[in-house]
Design a protein around this ligand. Structure first.
Ligand SMILES: C[S@@+](CC[C@H](N)C(=O)[O-])C[C@H]1O[C@@H](n2cnc3c(N)ncnc32)[C@H](O)[C@@H]1O
Length: 179
């Protein structure tokens, strides 16, 4: 019994809570959904958009290319970070966006005016206390997943014919404005 407990304790120490989110798979937000997320947040040239779990960089790159924003993408998979930097160069926005290999739970969010998420419900809930403490007026946009009883200011549903998962080819987008 003591050995089992010691084993569990060793596992808990080896895999802290934040490593759970490494299980969030790489699934892209379709391009039309990315555009709708950024429009719902009202992204413009004065914004700094941080995408937590930025995959191939598409949300931050689109924010810069289509809306003139600056941005930061944080991603734990090194190859995706490399790909994002390459994609940013090809899109001509490498001077306005940064991609960092980092655990999203360790990211400094203080410069964000917009935070975008396509993670998992339990990860959103873990992030929620930090998001609620951001500067008043900061917009949080989440693809598909909500934040429990922190009710969004707006939710829209958009067709997503290119969505890689699920039978329903539509996406929900939630917007919260920090007060
Ligand atoms: C569902 S994908 C979303 C990608 C992109 N944001 C999009 O919407 O197209 C989630 C991403 O989060 C990344 N991820 C998972 N755990 C992470 C962590 N702890 N820190 C940073 N990124 C993480 C995954 O590698 C994956 O690329």
């Amino acid at each position: 019994m003591i050995r089992v407990f010691a084993g569990l304790l060793a596992l808990a120490l080896a895999f802290p809570a934040s490593s759970l989110v490494e299980e969030v798979p790489f699934i892209t937000t379709p391009d039309n959904v990315t555009l709708e997320m950024l429009k719902l947040a009202g992204v413009g040239p004065a914004d700094h958009v941080i995408d937590l779990g930025s995959g191939d960089g598409r949300i931050v790159i689109t924010a810069a290319r289509r809306f003139g924003a600056s941005g930061l993408g944080v991603e734990i998979v090194p190859d995706l970070v490399r790909r994002s930097r390459e994609n940013a160069k090809q899109a001509g926005v490498a001077d306005r966006v940064e991609f960092r290999e980092q655990d999203l739970f360790e990211t400094d969010l203080s410069k964000a005016t917009v935070v975008t998420l396509y993670l998992l419900p339990e990860v959103n809930l873990q992030l929620r206390p930090r998001l609620q403490k951001l500067k008043p007026g900061t917009r949080i946009v989440s693809h598909d997943w909500d934040m429990g009883d922190w009710k969004p200011d707006r939710t829209i549903t958009v067709d997503a014919p290119d969505k890689a998962i699920g039978r329903e080819k539509s996406s929900r987008i939630h917007l919260w404005v920090v007060r």
